[in-house]
Design a protein around this ligand. Structure first.
Ligand code: PLP
Length: 376
């Protein structure tokens, strides 16, 4: 059997967790949280990184920092995970869904401007599969219309757009360290903040509305309740588990890229025959091999392929994202702008193949041979 995902575990993870326990510091903002923050700041060239309990929570923090309120509209793709919308719906805002580009499955930047109304406050590009959205265009639209940009870079750590790290381009960037992501702490995430003047407000939101972060740094002699906030700090034990992977981030990334390239090479003949489609990585984008997907002709063929791989060959391939605008909550809270040309159709064709650090080249070889057999 070949799993769809196996969460990464770095060799030093348990030593680091033990260090937290031995030092009697297992709550948030301990030594390993700080190491993770600094590592991410350095890697992405962003002003400030705050480790959070999830990407969902990082996005909620960004929505709060943008002062998103009831009646506001936020532009995003419908082909995304529910968190992208949840973080704004909790504040009473309306997600306005815009169609995607079929080549990258990312929001179609050419459709964004027409979806803007006087109520629009922010654009949320989702970098699907760790392949960047067309950020120059999106940042230009945001600037001209005075909108905030919150990058859902849940899948995008280690990826770049024209040399800039994903998550560091907009006003805020949100990473996920869920067990299904390239680097993991079980559940966790990070908020990247590009404007230094936002940092204090972000720290307050993350610390239950208090200025405890300032107190810990010795900048004030007691801490108090300043504003609304929640508890968005992960345990330092989780940060320790993550930090062990960040220390070997390039090794993990290179292995994934090697597997991704192998998939691409082995399946290219099927693409050339017109049997399937393979992912596109546009010029200027460097990706992180977050996922490898193929596109079948339609939902019926995809279902047959999925079953063939799983039932006949023990290979777990999965599809995802029922477009949000077609879901019960999406209908209740959001609306689709314009025509759904690609979102539904392309989502029904897409199948993700196994991809994780522990996956072996022989296994990729085996999977590709089975996909090829299915089509022959
Ligand atoms: C995984 C994911 C999220 C949610 O991340 P959590 O850390 O589980 O909250 C949000 N958006 C996208 C695109 C994701 O892939």
């Amino acid at each position: 059997m070949i799993n769809f995902n196996v969460p990464p575990c770095a060799p030093k993870a348990f030593d680091y967790i033990k260090e937290c326990v031995d030092n009697h510091k297992i709550c948030g903002d301990g030594a390993f949280t700080k190491k993770c923050n600094e590592w991410i700041e350095k890697k992405t060239g962003t002003k400030k990184c705050l480790l959070t309990t999830s990407c969902t929570h990082a996005t909620e923090m960004a929505a709060s920092l943008c002062n998103i309120k009831a009646g506001d509209e936020v532009i995003m793709p419908s082909y995304t995970f529910v968190s992208t919308a949840d973080a704004f719906v909790i504040r009473g805002a309306t997600p306005v869904f815009v169609d995607i580009r079929p080549d990258t499955m990312n929001i179609d930047e050419k459709l964004i401007e027409a979806a803007i109304t006087p109520n629009t406050k922010a654009i949320v590009p989702v970098h699907y599969a760790g392949v960047s959205c067309e950020m120059d265009t999106i940042m230009d639209i945001a600037k001209r219309h005075n909108l905030k940009v919150i990058e859902d870079a849940a899948q995008g750590i280690m990826s770049t757009y024209k040399g800039k790290a994903l998550g560091s381009i907009g006003d805020y960037g949100c990473f996920s360290f869920h067990e299904t992501k390239n680097y993991s702490m079980g559940e966790g995430g990070a908020l990247l903040i590009s404007d230094e003047s936002d940092v204090e407000a972000a720290e307050i939101i993350r610390e239950k509305g208090t200025n405890r972060s300032k107190y810990y740094r010795g900048q004030i002699d007691k801490y108090t309740w300043i504003d609304w906030g929640s508890s968005y700090l992960p345990s330092d034990m989780n940060a320790a588990y993550l930090y062990a992977q960040l220390e070997m981030a390039d090794e993990i990334n290179n292995h994934r890229l090697m597997l991704w390239d192998m998939y691409y090479e082995r399946l290219k003949p099927l693409m050339e025959k017109g049997a399937i489609e393979l992912p596109t990585v546009p010029e200027g984008c460097v990706h992180n091999a977050h996922m490898f997907y193929i596109k079948a002709a339609d939902i019926e063929e995809r279902t047959r392929l999925e079953n063939y791989l799983k039932k006949d060959n023990g290979i777990y391939a999965v599809f995802h994202y029922i477009p949000l605008h077609t879901s019960p909550a999406g209908k209740k809270f959001g609306r689709f702008f314009g025509e759904d040309r690609y979102t539904t159709k392309e989502s029904e064709r897409l199948l993700r193949l196994p991809m994780y650090y522990d996956l072996k080249p022989e296994e990729v070889e085996y999977i590709c041979s089975k996909v090829t057999r299915f089509y022959n």
